[in-house]
Design a protein around this ligand. Structure first.
Ligand code: BES
Ligand code: ZN
Ligand code: ZN
Length: 494
């Protein structure tokens, strides 16, 4: 997708769809009014013939409008002017793109009611996000089924400033696309070592990447993580990604940890066949952390950050771990593995411990497609936020609101901890049906010492089908990259 910023009087190329964004109650103001005049009142007549009032998400689509030198003209409703914020800009821009992407035309020209540079840049960002498509494995799709719009021109009163404001946003959109690609890849292609290779390749952006294999993890004593991968022919990996962008290279880093279960069959506690293919995206937490590190490097963030990915495959096998097995984690605490399908927490237990021991971070935030129960609790527009520190929770909720990635805070009641008491070990890995997402978080908390920590259960948001947001095509959402990039940008840089 090629995105450029142009002045209002710039001519449109051949095969253009022009989208004019209008407020509710002002449908023929500004650019729309000028287009109406040029077309001899055709837009006014079209408005009178239908129900378009400029409500958010409404689109009036005119083919071959008279007197205008574009092939298609869209009025795109923005809702009330008072509520038109940055996320609303994204919404209209992505909606306009989605409406014409398969029209056969090649350029989208987009005109906002307010052509300020920052707003135009936002619109470009939204179009870039909406144009994401994972089509690596389509070999027979005919040209008329592929998206046709490959260019966007966003009108701005200062095209150069819009271009400058767009650069870091475009770097962020690239990072989100990287994350979405990882999540979309099938598990026969993206297994732990391949994931690690793709992360290693991020060194070209200036990140430092270190990969630990099973021998090193065994040496360290990561019995909990290694138990999960033990039934797989694929070797488990731990990826450590570092970005040292702060002025003081020795300043304490912020730390992000991702669950990277490249495929989760459930292991010996095997999952039902129906829908099991979804478990290719059980590495969505690791993909979000990798995407975040990509974003920080891409925009040269002034922060020291580490990203750690626990990469494993959970398979049934003659050598797989059994329900009832007891493993010793890196922390020294022992775990009775009641259900081999509650494997994400076993992976994170060792990575959390390793992270705080080695990096002494300011905080740790883990992201994990951890429980089906979070989907039951929150649906697909909110991830669960579990946090031992009110200030960090407030920062995360603020970033969530600004980026439109929903978070809802959940409790960590000490009284529920008895659900994970074991008869023979320090804890067991499942706590029964009541509050399944909470007992999973309480389990993780046993591997966090005295520092601010947040756990984001993104099983609800990592994959959206159908998507409810026009900037997110169906499938991998990239959830978490925007949110955490914003957290770092607003609170931990400089
Ligand atoms: N990867 C799953 C959680 C999940 C479910 C992610 C649906 C995305 C969509 C996790 O490893 C798991 O299987 N959790 C179990 C826990 C149970 C055994 C306590 C679950 O949620 O059923
Ligand atoms: Zn599982
Ligand atoms: Zn899982």
């Amino acid at each position: 997708m090629e995105i450029e910023f142009v002045a209002a009087d710039a001519g449109a190329p051949d095969r253009t769809a022009s989208a004019i964004v209008v407020f509710e109650g002002g449908t023929l103001a500004g650019a729309a009014g000028r287009a109406d005049q040029a077309s001899g009142g055709q837009i006014g007549r079209a408005l009178a013939a239908g129900r378009f009032i400029g409500a958010k998400g409404q689109i009036l689509d005119l083919l071959a409008p008279a007197g205008l030198n574009v092939q298609r003209l869209l009025l795109v409703g923005a809702g009330k002017a008072e509520t038109f914020d940055d996320l609303a800009v994204e919404h209209v821009a992505a909606s306009a793109f989605n409406a014409v992407k398969g029209s056969g035309l090649t350029t989208l020209r987009l005109e906002l009611p307010d052509p300020a540079a920052a707003r135009a840049a936002r619109a470009g960002f939204a179009v870039q996000l909406a144009s994401y498509r994972f089509d690596r494995y389509r070999t027979t799709e005919s040209a008329d089924k592929k998206p046709s719009v490959t260019h966007a021109q966003v009108v701005s009163d200062d095209a150069a400033a819009a271009q400058t404001a767009f650069e870091p946003m475009s770097a962020l959109a690239d990072a989100i696309a990287f994350s979405r690609d990882l999540v979309s890849e099938p598990a026969n292609i993206l297994y732990p070592e391949e994931f690690a290779r793709r992360v290693k390749a991020l060194e070209s952006l200036g990140l430092e990447v270190e990969i630990l294999g099973e021998a090193q993890m065994a040496e360290l004593g990561m019995g909990s993580l290694l138990g999960v991968g033990q039934g797989s022919v694929r070797e488990s990996q731990l990826a450590v990604i570092r970005w040292n962008g702060a002025a003081d290279k020795d300043a304490q880093p912020v730390a992000f940890i991702g669950k990277g279960v490249c495929f989760d069959t459930g292991g010996i506690s095997i999952k039902p066949a129906d829908g099991m293919e979804d478990m290719k995206w059980d590495m969505g937490g690791a993909a979000a952390v990798a995407g975040l590190m990509h974003a920080l490097a891409g925009r040269k963030a002034k922060v020291n950050a580490v990203g750690l990915l626990g990469l494993v495959e959970n398979m049934p096998d003659g050598n797989a771990q059994r329900p009832g097995d007891v493993v010793t984690s890196l922390s020294g605490q022992t775990i009775e593995v009641i259900n081999t399908d509650a494997e994400g927490r076993l992976v994170l237990a060792d990575v959390l411990w390793y992270c705080q021991d080695r990096f002494k971070p300011r905080f740790m935030i883990d992201l994990a497609t951890l429980t089906g129960a979070i989907i039951i609790a929150l649906g697909h527009d909110y991830a669960g936020l579990f946090c031992n520190n009110d200030a960090l929770a407030a920062e995360l909720l603020g970033a969530s609101g600004a980026e439109g990635e929903g978070l809802w805070r959940m409790p960590l009641p000490a009284s529920y901890e008895k659900q994970i008491d074991s008869m023979i070990a320090d804890m067991k890995n499942v706590g029964g049906r009541p509050a399944g997402s909470i007992t999973a978080a309480l389990f993780l908390q046993k591997f966090v010492r005295n520092l601010p920590w947040a756990h984001l259960d993104i099983a609800s948001t990592a994959w959206k089908k159908p998507s409810t947001v026009p900037t997110i095509p169906d499938g991998a959402s990239g959830f978490g990259v925007r949110l955490l990039n914003r957290l770092v940008a607003d609170r931990y840089e400089g």
